[in-house]
Design a protein around this ligand. Sequence first.
Ligand code: FAD
Length: 535
Amino acid sequence: MHDYVIVGAGSAGCVLANLLSADPDCRVLLLEAGGEELPPAERMPAAWSTMLNTEVDWSYHTVPQAGAMKRRLFWPRGKMLGGSGSINCMTYIRGLPSDFDHWCSLGNSGWGWKEVLPFFVKSEHNERFKNDPLHGQGGPITVSDPFYVDPTDQLYLKAALASGFPHNSDFNGATQEGVGLFQQTIKDGARSSSFSAYLKPVMSRPNLTIVNRAMCTRIVVKNGRATGIEYLHFGKPVTVHASTEVILSAGAINTPHLMLMSGIGPAEELRKLGVHLVHDLPGVGKNLQDHLAIGVTFDATEEIGLAGMSQEEVGKAIQDWQTHHRGPMSSNGSTSGGHIRSDASVSEPDLQVYFLATGDRDHCRYLSTGSGITFLINLQRPKSQGEIRLHSADPLSHPVIDPQYLTDSEGTDLSTLVKGVRLNRQIAATEPLTSLLTGEIALSADCKTDAEIGAYIRRHCQTLYHPCGTCSMGTHSLAVVDPELKVRGLAGLRVADASVFPRIISGNLNATTVMVAERAAAMVLSDHSPILTKS
Ligand SMILES: Cc1cc2nc3c(=O)[nH]c(=O)nc-3n(C[C@H](O)[C@H](O)[C@H](O)COP(=O)(O)OP(=O)(O)OC[C@H]3O[C@@H](n4cnc5c(N)ncnc54)[C@H](O)[C@@H]3O)c2cc1C
């Protein structure tokens, strides 16, 4: 018997495990489908993409996307301690204050910018900003300036400034707009994640039990109350009990998947698949949102970046990192870029740009043969929305992932990305970058009209790895959790991860997921340990 059972040791789950087990009288069980060991690449920032499609990745795919030439898009998700936060690219962005004020205006009182800012600050240790009310000092997750900046990043920034974009030295500061160097969740040249920052330091607490390779298959509900979790451990079924709460932190795909498998979701959908209905909750799996990205690549005149290095040079860089945690391997490979507006009529940035000193495409799964540069553009406020559904009643089968990319009725998502491609080309055509480039490569090079660029986007767009919203918080009929993150209509069950976002934010998701988990822990403690929270 445990007080709390947490499903998923990801970006959110590690935070909750730490904060709830801080009270030695509180027994916390953390269940994680991934194994105990983390691969060496988890530490080395430049190696993040080498973990994709390996055993620490759930390696999901969407169903064929009508808006993307019927392609099935690759959706990596971390399956290890730290979850997707252990496989991610480490860019630290919180989103815009207006994102959270919008959450609040949708009925989520307590989630406006002023209310969430203290939790961002609490979780952060910023190595540059001291005594800055917008930044934290002494928090668990280290946020730093890039340890290594490729010389071509500087050329990019000069070109971007020369083509009219303002400089921004802090995308989480007073304004998000502009181009510059991204801050990253990197400490001393190695990844700083929820695992390394929140869970690892407290793993020996006697009141915290962590079970790895625990594939959770069902939430046990008795008389309208979640009382425990069933999971498979090396194929053997196990049931554990939670006397106070079950907390779902399995991420924006697996949290709704687990609820649906447990009979919590849209009644009709579940009945059709023969799943016994436990609680009719029509919003489970709905409201799926993601950031969609498209790259254009140029050949370069010189060997540049990591991809332009010889085997010997890469070997030396790895050695350098192993000895000093410095050099090219301490970089996540996307240090420069920014947040821009697709045109002057837009009031806040609606596009995120990345400069990558590589010609590699498709999540680095297909490596370029030559030296090149890729300009990525990423849609920040998509209108298209999709859903997660059950594929079958078999708890081990992957869910149906249907983000319905580029299907918004007005076509705004596509037209915004088209503008983004043009803006990236504008930067590429500005000195000092132009001299380094020999020309845009095939696939996009011949696309000149909006229709041609649009078709290229549909054929080659990819996820920027930010699914969210599938157990949306709110008070409307499709809300899954209330503003206190409690599952509506059931007792003893909360969701705390990226699935509760009512709307996707204008930025990368990890910092906001950690903020949600920090707030969730405070809510749980204030409900169940009033004395502890007062002190
Ligand atoms: C490749 C990649 C790059 C990214 N880059 C960035 C970036 O640069 N910056 C940024 O801010 N964000 C980035 N993100 C997004 C960010 O990392 C995620 O949004 C965030 O980690 C989500 O946290 P979460 O707690 O909701 O889910 P996760 O961190 O995915 O955690 C879910 C955990 O639950 C476990 N789990 C799932 N199902 C079960 C089950 N049935 N039983 C037991 N355990 C289960 C999983 O194994 C996992 O450990 C990236 C994501 C990816 C995948």
